[in-house]
Every structure is written in structure tokens, then in C-alpha cells.
Design a protein around this ligand. Structure first.
Ligand code: 13P
Length: 253
């Protein structure tokens, strides 16, 4: 089901106390959230359980893990299974963030396995895609992103694909303060939706939630989110400030 989502990605930041203070500050604001308008907080593993307990009674706010492993359980020291995440009440998992692709060599096929295990456990993948600056300068970003989607997602059924949230995050806009223009975001979001339409039909494609990520801030969120194929954002730096993230949440359509 297509939704509007303001997702925070805390990445590897904050101590427990800082995280609790940030979460309390986010939750004390009023937002008009409902089944179609949500906040998802992707926070570090050690704080997932306390965060789940804190957001439990707040409508429209959910907790995401920033990663998981592609195996059910077993001798994989240091890894976290989807079953573990599910058992503590986590509902979303960010997969294939460009930082994981780059620093941990996560490939499209490896991510396809993670998508499968997340869906098998009834959690929702937030699947990240997006091109580097070199690819953008070559002008081949559409083909590059379509290939990421094809290799990791196109084995899914129509019912499964509708559950996946897509986050388009151009690498050149992440943490750089250099955001894509709202028109650049719209153009590639439409391309992503058309890529799904070609594989699954237009009705399915219209149902897919596609978030934009890359230097989303309080002062540009409304313009970007207003674009017809942008269904919210995945926010890094600006999500670490409760007041700024509140502006971003309120910028959702
Ligand atoms: P910034 O918002 O800090 O650019 O990070 C974007 C991002 O990577 C979210 O996953």
C-alpha cells in the first residue's frame, strides 16, 4: 500500500542516553500520523528494544533496524537475524544502504536474499538504491538504478513487491549538503515507478512507496515531498535533531 513516510536513519551515532533524549523529543511533538502517514526510526541495534517500548503507544511511529543477516540463525558471530528483530517488535529493516554496499561489499544478489528473509518474517524492507556521482555524470543513473531493483527485487511476487518500501538515495547527495533538486528526484522516482510498472503492471507500481534520501533538511523537505512520485524521505543528519526532523515529518503530503 502506498504511504507517506518520514524515515530517520541515525546511522552509527548517539549513546543510549542521547538516543533516549532524541526519541523523547521527537515523540513529544504532535503530528497527524495514521495508517498512510508514518514515521519510521532506523536506530542502532543496541537501542532497538528500548525504542520499540517507547514508541509502542504512539500511533504511526515504528522502529527499523539498519541491517540484518541473510540467514535464519546459526554460527554467524556478530550478526543479527530477522527472527531476533521480529521477536523484539521491530517492524522495518533498512537494506542495501549505499554505506553497506560500499564498506561491506553488499551485492544485489546478497541483498535479494536479505529481502527474502525479511519478507518471510513479515517485516518490511526499506530497500535502498541510488547511483554514485560518476554514474550521474555519465548520465546512466536510470539504467544503474533499474538494474539494482531488478537484481534484488524482481523475483518477488506482486503481493510481495507492494510491501517493499524503496528509498532512492543518490550517493552524491548523502551527507554532502548537496541535495538532488526536486525535479531530479521526481524524474528518477518516476523512472523507478515506471520500471516497476513494466515488470508488475501500473496498478502495482502505483502502490509502491518510494522515498527520497540525500541531504533532506527542514528547509527542503516540503518541496521534495510535494513531487507526485516522492512519498517521503529517508533522512540522515537532519533526523538527529528533533526540531528539524519534526519539520520534515510535517512536510509529508
Ligand atoms: P543525509 O540525510 O545525512 O544526507 O543521509 C541520507 C542517508 O543516507 C539516509 O539513509
Amino acid at each position: 500500500m502506498r504511504q507517506q513516510i518520514a524515515a530517520a536513519n541515525w546511522k552509527m551515532n548517539l549513546t543510549l542516553t542521547q538516543g533516549e533524549q532524541l526519541l523523547d523529543a521527537i515523540l513529544k511533538n504532535e503530528y497527524s500520523l495514521n495508517e498512510h502517514r508514518k514515521v519510521v526510526l532506523a536506530i542502532p541495534f543496541p537501542y532497538l528494544l528500548p525504542a520499540v517500548n517507547k514508541v509502542k503507544n504512539t500511533q504511526g511511529v515504528f522502529v527499523a533496524a539498519q541491517n540484518c543477516y541473510n540467514k535464519k540463525s546459526g554460527a554467524f558471530t556478530g550478526e543479527t537475524s530477522v527472527e531476533m528483530l521480529q521477536s523484539i517488535g521491530v517492524e522495518y529493516v533498512v537494506l542495501g544502504h549505499s554505506e553497506r554496499r560500499e564498506y561491506f561489499n553488499e551485492s544485489n544478489s546478497f541483498l535479494a536474499e536479505k529481502v527474502n528473509i525479511v519478507l518471510e518474517n513479515n517485516l518490511i524492507p526499506i530497500f535502498c538504491c541510488g547511483e554514485s556521482l560518476t554514474i550521474r555524470e555519465e548520465g546512466t543513473q536510470n539504467e544503474f538504478v533499474a538494474n539494482q531493483l531488478k537484481e534484488s527485487l524482481f523475483h518477488l511476487s506482486a503481493d510481495q513487491i507492494k510491501k517493499v518500501v524503496i528509498a532512492y538515495e543518490p550517493i552524491w547527495a548523502i551527507g554532502t549538503g548537496k541535495t538532488a533538486s526536486s525535479q531530479q528526484a521526481q524524474d528518477i522516482h518516476l523512472h523507478i515507478r515506471n520500471t516497476f510498472a513494466a515488470a508488475y503492471g501500473n496498478e502495482v507500481a502505483q502502490d509502491i512507496t518510494i522515498l527520497y534520501g540525500g541531504s533532506v533538511k527542514g528547509n527542503n523537505a516540503a518541496e521534495i515531498f510535494a513531487m507526485p512520485d516522492v512519498d517521503g524521505g529517508l533522512v540522515g543528519g537532519a533526523s538527529l535533531n528533533a526540531d528539524e526532523f519534526a519539520i520534515i515529518i510535517n512536510a509529508l503530503k
